[in-house]
Design a protein around this ligand. Structure first.
Ligand SMILES: Cc1ncc(COP(=O)(O)O)c(C=O)c1O
Length: 392
């Protein structure tokens, strides 16, 4: 029994200890280079830090409005218009949350009745299944297949046709695979949402960290604007993952439903960071594209290095993460055992991708490992140098 199981409700027991905590402890205990958790090891622009500091000094320190400070709601609406041509009313169609994490939780709690089904792609970011469980909802998983992480349209259609299917959760750009869903795939997703009258919830936190192709919000597809809740956050875009400023954009009735939950989860989100992210959202496109270009070079550094070491690399089109198949480098060993051995044997931490699959299917993702490359170049070089000492 894991710590906490004696008290934790049955529906949340599968979510007690995360691999991320285990791996971070191992990293600390072994002095490993940590390519596990997805946060950069350098901060974002000084200018944004100064905006937050100035806001604290100027006294923006009491409860801001529950929906978010007007400056940020206006900046989010202006950003959606400038980048994607989406028109939003900052008062009724934008809600600020404590990171995308709260946005996802509040959305599922607001929209799902117990027993409702949530269609989502697998592998998936770990909070989705946990948030579905909090809402008493049930994931209906649609498998993404390497090397391009495509899905079978019939499997998607079957999942969406379930009698209790309520909403579809789409994460593009996608963690852990780094996939950007193609225009064709987005059309298929939109078509099943329309055919089965599903709401769509999109997690777009990596929207500005795209290296190949471009990000297209599902809400911009014909007929999707009014059935889609678009979730994003400033953490990844601006390299301030600890600020936890996120948001939901949707039609007024949907935002009102999520706001009803948000007010009793956290009521509001920290004001100084909201003001800093509002400032960042006003950056001209070349600035944000510059952040992505820097990260693309890191992607190449890590992916080329892993390939040279014999790993089968699925080079990501976006995000912080690369996935490898380890079968050639560590024959016969599961990704989980490989990742548990790696800190001790090489001084490197990575995440077994099996944790992003349904635990009921132990074979899923058995050979896949996720590596974060949002680190300084010397750190990536050091990790690659250490990995040369791996022997099967
Ligand atoms: C796909 C995805 N969604 C949401 C989050 C969390 O975002 P936030 O820090 O804004 O809560 C992460 C963080 O890793 C993520 O990878």
């Amino acid at each position: 029994m894991a710590a906490g199981d004696a008290y934790l409700t049955r529906r949340l027991r599968p979510f007690t200890t995360t691999i991320f905590a285990t791996m971070s402890e191992l990293a600390a205990a072994t002095g490993s280079v940590n390519l596990g958790q997805g946060f950069p090891d350098t901060d974002g622009p000084d200018e944004l830090r100064e905006v937050a500091v100035a806001a604290i000094r100027e006294g923006r320190n009491q409860y801001p409005p529950s929906a978010g400070v007007p400056e940020l709601r206006r900046a989010i609406a202006a950003h959606q218009q400038a980048w994607y041509g989406l028109d939003l009313d900052p008062d009724s169609e934008v809600l600020v949350t404590v990171g995308a994490t709260e946005a996802i939780a509040a959305t599922l709690l607001a929209l799902c009745e117990p027993g409702d089904e949530v269609v989502m792609f697998e592998p998936s970011y770990d909070s989705y299944a946990a948030c579905a469980a909090m809402a008493g909802a049930v994931p209906r998983l649609v498998r993404l297949h390497p090397p391009d992480w495509s899905f079978d349209p019939d499997e998607l259609a079957a999942a969406a046709a379930g009698p209790r299917a309520r909403l579809l959760l789409l994460n593009s750009p996608h963690n852990p695979t780094g996939k950007v869903f193609t225009p064709d795939e987005l059309d298929q997703v939109a078509a099943v949402c329309a055919a089965h009258d599903l709401l769509a919830v999109t997690d777009e936190v990596y929207e500005h960290l795209v290296f190949d192709g471009s990000h297209v919000p599902l809400a911009t597809l014909p007929g999707m604007r009014d059935r889609t809740l678009t979730i994003s956050s400033g953490g990844k875009t601006f390299s301030f993952t600890g600020w936890k400023v996120g948001w939901v954009c949707a039609a007024p009735a949907l935002v009102a439903a999520v706001r009803a939950v948000k007010q009793f989860l956290t009521y509001t989100s920290p004001a100084p960071f909201q003001l800093a992210i509002a400032h960042g959202l006003g950056y001209e496109p070349p600035v944000l594209r510059g952040f992505a270009a820097e990260l693309a070079a890191k992607r190449d550094l890590l992916c080329d290095g892993l390939a040279a070491l014999g790993y089968d690399v699925f080079r990501p089109a976006a995000t912080y993460f690369a996935t490898t198949d380890i079968a050639a480098v560590a024959p016969g060993i599961s990704a989980r055992d490989f990742c548990l051995a790696l800190p001790e044997r090489c001084g490197v931490v990575a995440i077994p991708s099996s944790v992003f699959y349904d635990p009921a299917d132990p074979a899923a993702g058995r050979n896949l490992v996720r590596w974060a490359f949002c680190k300084r170049d010397p750190v990536l070089h050091e990790a690659l140098a250490r990995l040369t000492s791996w022997e099967p």
